[in-house]
Ligand binder design. Structure first.
Ligand SMILES: [Zn+2]
Length: 175
C-alpha cells in the first residue's frame, strides 16, 4: 500500500534557523518537533526530510560535515522514539541547473521513486515559499508554512496554511 508521508524541511522547521549551519553545536531543535513527529507516526505517516544545503556548493561546509549533522540528528530522533524514513538533500547552489534544489521538485521525485508514496495524502511542512512550490510541482497539494524560520511573504504565499509553529500542525493533520 502506498505510504502517506510527512515531508519536513530541516532548517527553520526541525531546528532553529542558523545561517549555513555547519556544526552540531549550533543545531538546536525547535520546541515541539519530537512531540509532533510522534503524533504523525501515531497517525501512520512516514517522515522524510527534504533539505536544500547550498552551503556545500558555497564551500561553507563539506558533504562530510553535513552527513555528521544528519547522523547526529537521526540519533536524537531515534532516542525520542521517532524513525525518519529518509533524508534527501540538495548540495547545489542557486546558480545550479540541478532539478533537486527547491523550488525544483527533484528531491520529492527521488523520494517517490525510492518509496511507494501516496502523494495525494502526504503533506509538506516548510518555512519558505520554495518548499510549497517544490511540493506542489511534485503533486503534493497539502502544504504548510511555519513562522519559526524565514520571514514569509504571507500575502503572496501559495501555502495551504501558515501557522506559528510545527506543533500547531496537529490541529490540521488529523488523519
Ligand atoms: Zn540540487
Amino acid at each position: 500500500m502506498p505510504i502517506k508521508t510527512i515531508f519536513l524541511d530541516r532548517d527553520g522547521v526541525i531546528n532553529k534557523e542558523v545561517n549555513y549551519l555547519s556544526k552540531i553545536d549550533d543545531f538546536e531543535f525547535i520546541e515541539g518537533i519530537f512531540d509532533t513527529c510522534l503524533y504523525f507516526q501515531k497517525l501512520g505517516y512516514q517522515i522524510i526530510i527534504i533539505t536544500n544545503q547550498s552551503g556545500i556548493a558555497r564551500g561553507y561546509y563539506s558533504e562530510d560535515d553535513y552527513q555528521l549533522i544528519s547522523k547526529w540528528m537521526l540519533k536524537q530522533f531515534k532516542e525520542n522514539g521517532i524513525t525518519i524514513l529518509d533524508i534527501f538533500h540538495c548540495p547545489h547552489g542557486p546558480e545550479s541547473t540541478c532539478n533537486c534544489r527547491k523550488p525544483q521538485p527533484g528531491m520529492f521525485f527521488q523520494a517517490h521513486d525510492k518509496y511507494d508514496i501516496d502523494m495525494c495524502n502526504s503533506w509538506m511542512i516548510g518555512d519558505k515559499e520554495a518548499d510549497v512550490k517544490a511540493a506542489n510541482s511534485a503533486g503534493i497539494n497539502h502544504t504548510i508554512l511555519v513562522r519559526t524560520g524565514h520571514i514569509i511573504d504571507e500575502a503572496n504565499s501559495n501555502a495551504g496554511y501558515i501557522l506559528d509553529s510545527v506543533q500547531q500542525t496537529k490541529q490540521l493533520i488529523t488523519g
